[in-house]
Design a protein around this ligand. Structure first.
Ligand code: ZN
Ligand code: ZN
Length: 176
């Protein structure tokens, strides 16, 4: 049987590996699934933000740095479990592989098993970690997500607040 000290050491090792991840799975609470810039802004305004992000990236994924002609604009959120607030931090350009890791829940629901294996390999390559770390990270993220689904979440639009409010007032938001 594994001793308590050894178990603690093992857990410490896994959390240390988590803290070093460059690319991770982010499962947003169900409550906020339809709340993002893409849905809050009229499509031309979102397209403008998207284009600006892609131009700045110069054809390179901002996470794994691989060159790609099909970069996506991804909204980076910070999740505060102390006050149940999901805050928009930034929009970054990411390649399809990284984007499929980040939204792994969606990837699993919509892709073939072979694609999910590829995505898992992309995670271990970018993070230079073992499959064990991927499995532990997925398990941990799922558990956290289940818990987060028990709460109502507030959105903090951060530096995009004014932009979102402008379109809300003019009633031009896609969500109006
Ligand atoms: Zn990438
Ligand atoms: Zn995304």
């Amino acid at each position: 049987m594994i001793s308590k000290t050894n178990l603690n050491k093992e857990v410490d090792k896994i959390f240390l590996a988590f803290s070093k991840l460059k690319l991770w799975i982010e499962l947003l609470p169900r409550d906020t699934w339809n709340k993002n810039l893409r849905t809050m802004l009229p499509s031309f305004a979102w397209q403008e933000l998207r284009e600006d992000t892609l131009v700045l990236a110069k054809g390179r994924c901002s996470i794994c740095k691989q060159k790609s002609n099909t970069l996506d604009a991804h909204e980076v959120w910070g999740i505060n479990d102390l006050n149940n607030t999901q805050g928009l931090l930034n929009i970054i350009a990411v390649c399809k592989d990284c984007h499929n890791v980040i939204h792994f829940g969606h990837t699993v629901a919509t892709s073939a098993n072979s694609r999910c294996e590829e995505i898992k390999n992309h995670f271990t390559n970018v993070n230079k970690c073992s499959e064990k770390i991927f499995d532990a990270h997925l398990y941990y993220t799922m558990a956290l997500w289940e818990d987060r689904n028990n709460y109502k979440w507030k959105i903090d639009w951060g530096k995009y607040t004014e932009l979102v409010n402008n379109y809300k007032e003019t009633g031009e938001s896609n969500n109006a």
